[in-house]
Design a protein around this ligand. Structure first.
Ligand SMILES: Nc1ncnc2c1ncn2[C@@H]1O[C@H](COP(=O)(O)OP(=O)(O)OP(=O)(O)O)[C@@H](O)[C@H]1O
Ligand SMILES: Nc1nc2c(c(=O)[nH]1)N=C(CO)CN2
Length: 174
């Protein structure tokens, strides 16, 4: 059985509803079990900044699927929910990125794992560290918490809805 981490984001329409639907569609696939889910974070857009704020979260899954089939399932969720790709880093009703797959590194034409930009993104690292506080980056062999320490724009990521109760990792703005 494989363990993987997936980042979900939405910045159009019923953002929380799209995240929930995406998780439901993934779970309805008999070979994907969602084992942990982070709180929801409202995040300032990174990259193309002239767009609405995102809701972001991370889930941990267990699956017997290969990384390629898991990617296919993630892309299928995006299609099922009606995502239209306007332009790279632009607004989207749903986006699913595979962050980590076991401790593997994969460099295929259509699939890069670990996700190449994950260690630069507070909107990824804060929810990821909530569900997996001591997880390491497979290529750098360093705890991902160390990368978060280096990111200057953490105030752009705010807790929106706590899912895991008092134990949730909460980035404090004060
Ligand atoms: N780890 C990964 N998870 C999801 N998609 C990946 C991954 N590695 C490569 N891809 C490829 O990226 C494509 C999706 O790119 P997309 O246009 O959604 O990028 P983006 O989400 O806008 O930007 P970013 O990749 O910076 O998050 C997919 O079709 C897929 O083939
Ligand atoms: N805050 C935030 N910014 C982004 C996001 C995202 O999910 N959240 N996704 C992007 C492309 O994947 C680009 N920029």
């Amino acid at each position: 059985m494989n363990t993987a981490y997936i980042s979900l984001g939405s910045n159009m329409g019923d953002r929380a509803g799209y995240l929930e639907k995406a998780i439901n569609i993934l779970s309805s696939h008999g070979k994907i079990e969602v084992t942990k889910r982070s709180s929801l974070y409202e995040t300032d857009p990174v990259g193309f900044t002239e767009q609405d704020q995102f809701l972001n979260m991370v889930i941990e899954i267990r699956t017997s699927l290969s990384p390629e089939t898991l990617l296919h399932q993630c892309l299928q969720v995006e299609i099922d929910l009606g995502r239209e790709r306007e332009f790279k880093w632009g607004p989207r009703i749903i986006d699913l990125d595979i962050l980590l797959f076991n401790h593997e590194t994969i460099e295929a034409e259509n699939l890069l794992i670990p996700h190449p930009r994950m260690q630069e993104r507070a909107f990824v690292l804060i929810p990821l560290l909530e569900v997996a506080p001591s997880i390491e980056h497979p290529s750098f062999n360093a705890p991902l918490a160390e990368f978060l320490d280096e990111i200057p724009d953490k105030e752009g990521v705010r807790l929106w809805k706590q899912i895991n109760g008092e134990d949730a990792y909460v980035h404090s703005e004060s």
